[in-house]
Design a protein around this ligand. Structure first.
Ligand code: HEC
Ligand code: HEC
Length: 286
């Protein structure tokens, strides 16, 4: 069952777009070039999305986090966990032959530990955003904005996976509000709140649960997509805490004369105050 207009896209129609590429392949073969795997062309526009079960995505995300990466002898982690859980639920809902079968899970693992272990964007978020872009190329920013806003303001991890994993029992873990989409800030604020080490199984379990929580929220956001309609965001404009910062430092001045200071010297809306705690929300009016 799909909600998207191109849901009827059959595997045959989907593969026929690859004709040109295959013809080019046989020319190459005739010229003695090595034979290529059969090429496929992804469908244009929004990829079909079935109605998702957010709790099923959550639980699959938690376990996906712990899946072993045989190439690196460690667990695949958060980005892989979220992407795998969403793709699993999408493919289950659409049945065989959907374009989502083209995506190998390996392509998402780089998000672990804040994107190639740099502590930048939380990998759980990095696992969901590419799925948003394919499900709704027109509204991925609004959908991603909802996910990042929720992530910055929610007390995480939730307690919903406390008794899910018989191998790792860490119920009632400390919760923290990261006020940032960054892995480093999120993990370190939690280590501060919990008193646990970043290398501990407690912390890994906390990130496994956050993988589940982010997967669930991403599924809730995907379920808000209505084919052919504008995505209606969950959140409004930036919260008061940094709305004024955005107003002076990001919004362009209105023509013909600015009503007040508009520097327009910054880009990208996340919680400014986390990194600039000493900045005054009315600094330009001093
Ligand atoms: C009314 C407009 C206005 C608002 C609101 C505003 N700023 Fe500014 N901001 C300025 C001006 C003007 C400067 C000085 C620019 C200069 O001298 O080049 C400045 C400077 C800065 C600087 C440079 C270093 C410093 O502290 O002086 C940072 C960082 C900054 N603002 C962040 C923020 C943050 C974060 C917020 C929200 C909490 C914020 N600003 C709200 C106008 C504003
Ligand atoms: C992840 C942390 C982080 C966040 C979030 C963040 N900033 Fe910054 N910002 C920095 C860093 C680091 C610098 C570079 C500081 C420096 O070189 O002194 C900077 C520089 C700036 C500067 C130039 C400072 C100067 O000395 O002139 C401005 C203005 C600024 N940020 C505004 C903002 C506003 C407005 C927001 C929210 C929309 C924001 N920042 C969010 C980390 C952050």
């Amino acid at each position: 069952m799909s909600k998207q207009p191109n849901a009827g896209l059959s595997r045959r129609a989907f593969l026929s777009g690859a004709g040109g590429a295959m013809a080019a392949g046989s020319v190459a073969a005739a010229l003695g070039a090595p034979a290529r795997a059969q090429a496929v062309t992804p469908p244009a526009g929004a990829w079909p999305i079935p109605v998702l079960n957010p709790d099923a995505v959550r639980d699959a995300g938690y376990f996906g986090y712990w899946t072993n990466d045989p190439y690196r002898s460690t667990n695949y982690g958060c980005a892989y966990g979220v992407a795998g859980a969403l793709l699993g639920e999408i493919k289950r809902g659409l049945g065989p032959g959907s374009p989502w079968e083209m995506l190998p899970l390996e392509m998402f693992k780089w998000g672990k530990t804040g994107c190639v272990e740099t502590g930048t964007l939380c990998g759980a978020l990095a696992g969901a955003l590419p799925i948003f872009a394919l499900a709704s190329p027109a509204y991925e920013v609004e959908m991603g904005g909802d996910l990042l806003r929720w992530y910055q303001e929610a007390a995480l991890p939730s307690r919903e996976m406390d008794y899910l994993d018989p191998k790792r029992r860490y119920p009632n873990q400390a919760q923290s509000v990261s006020a940032s989409p960054l892995c480093h800030v999120s993990v370190s604020s939690w280590c501060k709140a919990s008193g646990k080490l970043s290398s501990s199984t407690d912390r890994k379990t906390r990130c496994g649960k956050i993988t589940g929580d982010v997967g669930k929220m991403a599924a809730i956001i995907l379920n808000r997509l209505v084919p052919g309609q504008r995505y209606v965001p969950i959140y409004g404009p930036p919260p008061e805490l940094y709305a004024e910062c955005v107003h002076c430092h990001i919004d362009p001045p209105p023509p013909p004369t600015p009503d007040q200071v508009r520097l327009t010297n910054s880009l990208g809306v996340t919680n400014c105050v986390t990194c600039h705690p000493d900045s005054n929300p009315v600094m330009g009016k001093r």
